[in-house]
Design a protein. Structure first.
Length: 130
C-alpha cells in the first residue's frame, strides 16, 4: 500500500486515486487542492485539466521530467466548505529538481462549476528555484 502524495494517512487508491479515477468528487476546496497536488505528483494531466475551470484552463499541460513533488503542507484555508461556492487554499509544496530541493508557495482560488469544485487561479508567493 503506497501512501497518498497529498499527505493524508490513506493509500493513494483510497484517497486521491478515487477522485482521479472519477469514482468520487471533491467535497471541499482543500480536498480538490490535495487531489490536484497528487495529480501533479503522479503525472495525471487529464485530471488536472478536468478539475480546472474552463475560463482559465490551458489547452494542454506538460510535466518537467526531472521534477519530483515531495510533500504538501496546507498553510491556510478560507471558505471552500461543502456549503460554499468559493474558497482559497494556501499551501507549500516541496519538490526536488535534479537533486536540488525547492519549495513553492501558492494561494489557490477555487469555485464551483456545474456543481463541482474546480481550480480557478493561483498566486505564487515564491517561485521554484531552478
Amino acid at each position: 500500500m503506497s501512501s497518498c502524495p497529498c499527505g493524508l494517512p490513506a493509500s493513494y487508491d483510497e484517497c486521491c486515486g478515487r477522485l482521479h479515477r472519477g469514482e468520487a468528487a471533491a467535497e471541499t476546496a482543500e480536498q480538490l487542492m490535495r487531489s490536484r497536488y497528487s495529480a501533479f505528483a503522479v503525472g495525471d494531466a487529464g485530471y488536472l485539466l478536468r478539475s480546472w475551470h474552463p475560463s482559465t484552463r490551458p489547452a494542454e499541460l506538460g510535466f518537467e521530467p526531472h521534477l519530483r513533488w515531495k510533500r504538501l503542507s496546507i498553510v491556510a484555508t478560507s471558505g471552500g466548505g461543502p456549503a460554499d461556492n468559493e474558497g482559497t487554499v494556501e499551501f507549500r509544496a516541496r519538490f526536488s529538481r535534479r537533486g536540488k530541493a525547492g519549495e513553492m508557495r501558492e494561494v489557490s482560488r477555487f469555485t464551483r462549476h456545474d456543481g463541482a469544485w474546480v481550480y480557478l487561479s493561483g498566486e505564487v508567493r515564491s517561485s521554484p528555484a531552478r
